[in-house]
Design a protein around this ligand. Structure first.
Ligand SMILES: Nc1ncnc2c1ncn2[C@@H]1O[C@H](COP(=O)(O)OP(=O)(O)OP(=O)(O)O)[C@@H](O)[C@H]1O
Ligand SMILES: [Mg+2]
Length: 326
């Protein structure tokens, strides 16, 4: 699909909904009939680290491929950096660094040569600064030492890092990263998270997908939760987690007695795990609950309300666990 010569009016921020990514009723039904994305309305605020969260098969990669103009939506619209996709792809894509599932690599070339070649294919990239930018990107993702190795000899995590380096060859307004920590070991995950925070502090908007709830909690300011192709909720991470109520947690060696007292005090869903007795936060004053435990000679080592996690919010919102839909 070529770009038409009709000039698209540049929408003001307000018209574009103030989002770096804005979708309206975005829908994708694959040829086989699979409804992969169903009426998605997404708004990614400028400057956010936006987590696109959902279990396997919930439509994350399909959405990202539509945003990047790699596949056509069945219906609905997507605007990226204020312009419609895929129509304005040629104008939009130079401003976007993307890492999409399974980055394409030339196995017979080294990691460094893959990046040099990738950069050479980008008409907006300055050839005079190419070597320095490639070296800088390799450094940022921790691949300098392995830069001379053939890409076919790279581990999954190294390939992932190389894909990320490709997205970082030029400064971008937006980074779209599909499961950027996929295949990385815990140390590698921490490094990539730190890198994402650093990029965000430079003002880059980062949109990343993940099926790891705690990862999203650690690195994202905002999140959208997908399940079976549909958007369940979106907003600031703190607000999403606050939507789910925390749990009252008592740490004690006297678990049976503590559980009995908590039930008596109107605490619902009491669960004992090791020395932890937890339950729903009751309506009544928690000081009374604590006093009742002490009166019953329960040795209370810890007493408090644990903040709800995004996972709690997800379960509360969907009424189901974080499992793969059929
Ligand atoms: N090319 C395709 N043709 C037909 N169906 C597809 C195709 N790609 C994906 N699907 C289906 O669309 C749904 C969404 O898939 P998608 O890859 O977007 O999910 P995802 O959220 O990225 O999952 P994961 O966390 O496993 O990467 C799934 O049911 C999948 O089987
Ligand atoms: Mg995916």
């Amino acid at each position: 699909m070529g770009e038409t010569s009709v000039i698209e009016p540049e929408p003001s921020g307000a018209e574009a909904g103030d989002g770096v990514i804005v979708t309206r009723a975005l829908t994708k039904r694959y040829r086989g009939g699979q409804l992969a994305v169903d009426g998605l309305d997404l708004v990614v605020p400028a400057g956010s680290v936006f987590g696109f969260l959902g279990p396997n098969g919930s439509g994350k990669t399909t959405t990202i491929r539509m945003l990047m103009g790699l596949i056509e939506p069945t219906s609905g619209t997507a605007r990226v950096l204020g312009r419609p996709m895929p129509r304005a792809a040629r104008a939009v894509l130079p401003g976007v660094g993307a890492l999409i599932e399974g980055p394409a690599l030339y196995g017979f070339l080294s990691g460094r040569d893959n990046l040099l070649r990738y950069d050479a294919a980008d008409p907006t990239a300055d050839p005079r600064t190419r070597r320095a930018r490639v070296a800088g990107a390799l450094e940022r993702v921790g691949l300098s030492a392995a830069a001379g190795k053939k890409a076919k000899a790279y581990s999954l995590g190294m390939k992932q890092r190389l894909g990320l380096a490709a997205a970082l060859l030029q400064p971008r307004r937006l980074l779209v990263l599909d499961e950027p920590t996929n295949g990385l070991d815990p140390q590698g995950m921490r490094e990539i998270r730190a890198l994402i925070r650093e990029l965000a502090s430079d003002g880059t908007t980062v949109f990343l997908s993940s099926h790891l709830l705690d990862e999203i909690e650690q690195v994202c300011t905002h999140a959208a939760v997908m399940a079976r192709g549909r958007l369940i909720t979106q907003g600031p991470v703190a607000e999403l987690a606050a939507g789910a109520r925390g749990r009252l947690v008592v740490t004690t060696p006297d678990t049976a007695e503590a559980a009995r007292v908590l039930k008596e005090q109107g605490v619902g869903d009491v669960v004992v795990e090791g020395e932890r007795v937890s339950g729903e936060v009751p309506e009544r004053d928690l000081a009374e609950v604590n006093a009742a435990l002490v009166r019953a000679a329960v040795r209370v080592r810890g007493f408090g309300v644990e903040r709800a996690s995004l996972e709690d919010a997800f379960v509360a919102l969907t009424g189901e666990g974080f499992d793969v839909a059929g």
